[in-house]
Write a protein that binds this ligand. Sequence first.
Ligand SMILES: C[S@@+](CC[C@H](N)C(=O)[O-])C[C@H]1O[C@@H](n2cnc3c(N)ncnc32)[C@H](O)[C@@H]1O
Length: 237
Amino acid sequence: MSDAEQPKPEGERRNFYGRVHGKTLRASQKQYLAEDLGRVTLQGVTVQDNPGRARLDPAALFGGRPVWLEIGFGGGEHLVHMAARYPEVGLIGCEPFVNGVAMLLGKIRAAGADNLRIHPGDVRDLFDVLPDASIAKAFLNYPDPWPKARHHRRRFVTPGYLSALARVLQPGAEFRVATDIPDYVRQTLEEVPPAGFDLIAQTGAGAAWEDWLSTRYEQKALREGRDPHYLTFRRQG
Ligand SMILES: C[S@@+](CC[C@H](N)C(=O)[O-])C[C@H]1O[C@@H](n2cnc3c(N)ncnc32)[C@H](O)[C@@H]1O
């Protein structure tokens, strides 16, 4: 078989539709990326780093602690807050937007959290290398809304993403979704339960989770007059 005919690893076939770069990074942010990114980055996630897609051992990375996952951490405020609040847990965050990653690194410096690792890329690459039932809780805070109907299949709450998430979550694991888009709530309620989850709670403005930390995107939504919705699911099994 020629090189061109070789089946491509998953990660090389994917389209990522979001932004990877934004405003020019400040000098301090460039410094965080240069000095700290290597230390907090999970090894063995990208296709280049792990072409055979060998599975990671996330619990071992954190000395056997339960491991939680935040998908699309943005500027990282919620991720760092959770890491500081739950030192008995290991946190993994995914975010392909370089400016967000740089902001997170600044927050890690300030907070000194050491129970936190990231994949600075697409969560699907991480799903490929996580073992079944290896994650004890997952957060999806203000996922990209993709408002146009023809783009709804790019949303996270679609079967491809959800089946991968369901596989890596432990039975009974909590899956939290926050969004300000009513149609995203509709699609979440339609698509998450068939992927193997039970809806546990659905609340709105002023009634977030007890340990919630409002994110940058939520603050923007509130300023623009949109209401938060908080959905809690539990992985069946
Ligand atoms: C609307 S922003 C919200 C950011 C943050 N959670 C907040 O609440 O402020 C959605 C984020 O999801 C990230 N994202 C989109 N697709 C992703 C993927 N496949 N894997 C990981 N993160 C992704 C985007 O880069 C973006 O930063």
